[in-house]
Ligand binder design. Structure first.
Ligand code: ADP
Ligand code: ZN
Ligand code: ZN
Length: 742
């Protein structure tokens, strides 16, 4: 018997399997996914490796094949299904097999289990009384005390009873030798979820909820659940629908994974699941210790839980009979990993579900273009919830043209309209949220007089302003010198928008000195708990105004918030990224959705220099489909996902000259890969941040309708790099359908 083994070294040149002989004494104890020790290389240095397959015959001279030394100590086997998923991820997203295996199996090693020792009485009560009488006669007080306690309770916690009765271990040992009791050691899995006693309230599902549940259940019972998009505004009852679907999955003996962006994974959300599934729910998040994480994986593997809730990485929970994966807020960009392999949780979930015969439910109020387009193409099934359960009206949204404010002579970042409305809310003791739509690197140039934005003539994304007075396209590398007057209207008010949340806070405190103000952004939430602290103090109405970045528009209900102001909607509209309009639309909808969640009607004010832009207009009307139609036209015209696919090739090196040369040759090579198929090559361009930690960076983009043409190009480029000396000191990473610009 021979095993195919991946060696645990991340190096492109070693990214293949090596054959080893399975020693007879290990046969039957090893399986796909087992981790073993093997001699490797010239010096036969012992390395760890993962088995990814077996064969009866060897493809080399059997005499020359080395033998597996043994199982790796303290290792935990990776499920075979997850090994298959890792192979798919490597092929689909690039990177090495070992990187993919480590992604699907984030547990590095066995963690020391938490143990509990229990004392159990092994004699009958009658025998016990006889022993007790004996101890009392001999005046053996300590033994008598322990036995008395054991006559009351057959089982006692070892540590606790010793402390309580002031006994030493030798007393327990003496009784153990007399065979009066036994001491058992049991593993207790650490459990981050504390079950609640609260009773679940029975609810009557709405007609739309019932329909969504019925469709899923029917497909699931027939044994062919597919992928569904549950599209409904916040408060339309999506979470209730997920829970009902999960219940039917669990009742048929299968398990479910619920992915929620970490920022929305609040205590309240977890408790809603606990109320339904009790202690058979667990969570994963970045705050868990290694031991806690390990224990959650083991509980899942051992069938002790049915539902795992967590961010992206919870997707790899090793359930034996997975039945359903729910991805809430599926449009969130945090579902894309920024580490190799740069996988997207949505696509990877669909692949895992395919391997294991499970269903996938994507949920969103503002679906990603990928998900909605998937429905239009008939790949996913659309389930709609059009109404809010509690029948609250959507917020009334007004769009303020900031160019007119400038004409009126108001140069502040607050429009007159928004200022008046804030005053009004403060008088009525209602709360206000002010949202500065700042995301990533907003280095674009726009005209405050007419709204003109400088764009790349080839890629139709905005040019980024770089130090040294140039404007650069991050996709194709096009550049032009910086301008100081607007080419459209001649105004000198053209420049980059610089205000941050700190400046907004200062301004608000000055304008409304009587108001209590809280600010939430990366600076104020560095501590682990501060994020929750700020939100809960705002929820408790300890402040009138909450200022923040996109962090504040997610999760949490604030029933007393009746006004939401978006200070500069354009900030996310023109970051140089083809998804800028999609992000803007989603953020504006979420922001508007924050107002009027309680009994009071809500209102939202969106300030913009481009009020006629379709993503702002559609967000003001909360009209997803209108937005989708416009945005798809743009993606189709420009060949951006999901109309086509985009592969970024990120090259980094310490040596700038070498990097430039490498980028030049790699582009030349890429141009020869599929001349027949119309593979489009763009760049190389310098990323927004051209140098990180002394590493220079260049990026090349390849565009094609067919994803397979791109993976084929990736494979060819990998081979080319491997045999070419010139690339030895250049690191290359692939990113498919990237969600960030480099
Ligand atoms: P979403 O996930 O779409 O934001 P939720 O499932 O959280 O919506 O529902 C919003 C609120 O309405 C929750 O408090 C939920 O318990 C409640 N709810 C959902 N469906 C119903 C229903 N059919 N009847 C009564 N209350 C419901
Ligand atoms: Zn202008
Ligand atoms: Zn360009």
């Amino acid at each position: 018997m021979y095993a195919e083994i991946i060696i645990d070294i991340t190096h492109e040149k070693l990214d293949r399997t090596f054959e080893y002989k399975v020693p007879e004494e290990l046969e039957g104890t090893l399986a796909v996914g087992s981790s073993v020790l093997v001699p490797f290389g010239n010096g036969d240095k012992v390395r760890t490796g993962f088995i990814i397959g077996f064969s009866e015959k060897s493809s080399f001279d059997p005499a020359k094949i080395k033998e597996i030394r043994g199982k790796a100590p303290k290792s935990v086997r990776i499920e075979e299904n997850l090994v298959a998923l890792a192979a798919w991820m490597k092929e689909h997203y690039g990177g090495t097999m070992i990187q993919a295996l480590k992604t699907v199996w984030p547990v590095k090693k066995q963690e020391r289990p938490k143990e509990k020792r229990i004392i159990r009485r092994t004699v009958t009560e009658e025998e016990g009384r006889e022993w007790l009488a004996l101890f009392q006669r001999k005046n053996q007080k300590a033994r008598a005390r322990l036995l008395e306690a054991l006559l009351e309770n057959e089982e006692l916690d070892y540590g606790w009873i010793l402390r309580k009765l002031g006994l030493t271990a030798s007393v327990v040992r003496a009784l153990e030798e007399m065979q009066i009791l036994t001491v058992d050691t049991e593993t207790v899995w650490r459990n981050p979820v504390k079950a609640s006693e609260e009773q679940m309230k029975q609810i009557e599902y709405t007609t739309e909820q019932k329909e969504a549940i019925r469709i899923f259940k029917e497909d699931f019972q027939r044994g062919n659940p597919g992928t569904y998009l549950l599209y409904g505004v916040t408060g339309s009852g999506k979470t209730e629908v997920y829970m009902e679907m999960i219940q039917s999955v669990v009742q048929s003996g299968r398990q479910a994974i619920v992915l929620i962006p970490e920022i929305a994974l609040t205590y309240q959300t977890v408790m809603r699941f606990v109320r339904v599934f009790g202690n058979r729910v667990s969570i994963m998040n970045s705050r868990l210790s290694a031991g806690e994480r390990y224990d959650q994986m083991m509980r899942a593997k051992n069938g002790e839980i049915d539902v795992m809730i967590g961010p992206r990485s919870a997707l790899f929970t090793p359930f034996e009979h997975l039945g359903l994966i729910v991805i809430d807020e599926e449009h969130e960009t945090t579902y894309k990993s920024e580490q190799v392999p740069r996988y997207h949780a949505r696509e990877t979930a669909i692949e895992r579900a395919r391997i294991e015969g499970a269903g996938v439910v994507l949920g969103s109020a503002t679906p990603s273009l990928e998900a909605f387009e998937g429905c239009r193409r008939g790949q996913y099934r659309l389930l709609r919830l059009t109404q809010r359960v509690k029948k609250q009206k959507m917020a009334e949204v007004s769009v303020i043209d900031m160019r007119k404010e400038l004409q009126k002579g108001n140069r502040s970042i607050l429009s007159d309209c928004l200022r008046e409305k804030i005053e009004d809310r403060l008088k009525r003791r209602e709360q206000v949220m002010l949202f500065l739509n700042r995301r990533g690197f907003a280095g674009f140039l726009s005209c405050r007089s007419c709204g003109y934005v400088v764009k790349c003539p080839h890629c139709d994304v905005s040019l980024s302003w770089h130090r040294g007075g140039r404007m650069v396209c991050h996709y194709c590398g096009y550049e032009e010198p910086m301008i100081h007057t607007c080419p459209s209207c001649g105004s000198p008010h053209i420049g980059a928008f610089k205000a941050g949340t700190q400046q907004v806070e200062d301004l608000i405190r000055k304008e409304f000195p009587e108001a209590k103000v809280l600010r939430m952004d990366l600076d104020t939430t560095r501590g682990k708990e501060s994020y929750e602290t700020i939100l809960s103090s705002f929820a408790d109405q300890e402040a009138d105004i909450l200022i923040g970045t996109q962090m504040i528009v997610k999760g949490h209900d604030f029933p007393n918030v009746t006004l939401v102001g978006v200070l500069a909607a354009d900030l996310s509209l023109y970051i140089s990224d083809y998804r800028a309009a999609e992000r803007t639309f989603a953020l504006l909808c979420q922001a508007a959705g924050r107002a009027g969640r309680g009994d009071l009607p809500g209102e939202a004010v969106i300030q913009s220099y481009n009020p006629e832009h379709y993503s702002i207009q559609a967000a003001a009307r909360q009209d997803y489909e209108a937005f989708f139609a416009e945005e798809m036209k743009f993606r189709t015209l420009m060949g951006y996902p999901p109309a086509a696919h985009l592969m970024a090739v990120l090259m980094t090196s310490e040596d700038e000259a070498l990097l430039n040369k490498g980028a030049y040759y790699l582009k030349l090579f890429a141009g020869r890969i599929r001349t027949d198929a119309g593979l489009e090559i763009i760049g190389p361009a310098s990323p927004a941040i051209g140098k990180v930690k002394d590493q220079y960076r260049k990026v090349l983009y390849l565009k094609h309708e067919d994803y397979r043409v791109l993976t084929e190009a990736k494979d060819k480029m990998e081979q080319y790099i491997e045999i070419n000396e010139g690339f030895q000191n250049i690191r290359i990473q692939f990113d498919f359908d990237p969600v960030q610009t480099f």
